[in-house]
Design a protein around this ligand. Sequence first.
Ligand code: NCD
Ligand code: ZN
Length: 349
Amino acid sequence: MTTTLTLKRPDDWHLHLRDGGMLSAVAPDSAAHFGRGLIMPNLVPPVVTGADATAYRNRIMDALPNGHAFTPMMTLYLTETTDPADVAAAAHGGLITALKLYPAGATTNSQSGVRNIEAVLPVLEVMAEIGLPLCVHGEVTDSSVDIFDREAVFIERVLAPLRQRLPQLRVIMEHVTTADGIDYVRGGGDNIAATLTTHHLFINRNHILAGGIRPHYYCLPVAKRETHRLALVAAAVSGDPSFFLGTDSAPHPDPAKLSPCGCAGIYTAPNTMACLAQVFEQENALDQLEGFTSLHGAAFYGVAPNAGTITLTRGDDPVPVPPSRSTEEGDLTVFDPDVPIYWCVTAVN
Ligand code: NCD
Ligand code: ZN
């Protein structure tokens, strides 16, 4: 049995680092394992302009521990008033790696997002022309659409028509949660890819709702039924380069999660690599882990893999879930995968 595994240092292609005290609390966890993180821009107010991204990047650099080797890769939050020229300038200068499309109201801090896709076409056309990728939160927000159907309906109503109109636009379907999303990306050619989170490889909707309501398993897109989870696991371990890791590690302090209207988001940065090794081992696919965590995403974004490495070791006994982090806004609970995890990170070089 394999007991140690050394991989090229992984990247997290979908990461929420927040700001202020929360940023200081969580930045060390991502920097401990990952070489790069694609930083989601849904702050309040959001990171909309190149100037916003420069300022936010500086705050992230200040929050990183001494001696770290972590590079934040920045995104801009697409709004209906985003200036195509500002986007092009930020992309040409290497400041930003992608734009993020949040349908207005789809998730945490998405109220400044897009209501009408027509309004952002001029920006999307420039992006298609210069090869700047669009990260998409793929859920419709129409209240008449059931929350468990919102991803599939988004593909049909928004994403497929958009990609027919702008086939050159490079799109990443973020945190795919359905077999429908997997099928769409798998057959979709070179200009589409998908990130998969850690938690969606472990939980289905029963984890949230059966035998008591568990806010720490609530995130968006919400976890679906087991058949979908199995499709996500199959895609992750398949070796298909269209699928790669974006943890969607999304810290909210416990008081904000454990409330009558709790926030969506699961904090997975500390134990993602250990959890993933467990899933890939379970699927007899440890040889595909490096592709998923360290190679496919870099290839899609057109950057070289990291130079460093990470080593994971499998022990004889399960490793406990990492303890809650303490933040200025209260404790921050780390994701509990609800199955024993025998792997842990033992070296990062
Ligand atoms: C994210 C957050 O908290 O910022 N929440 C989540 O449930 N995933 C936003 C997002 O990526 O949808
Ligand atoms: Zn997210």
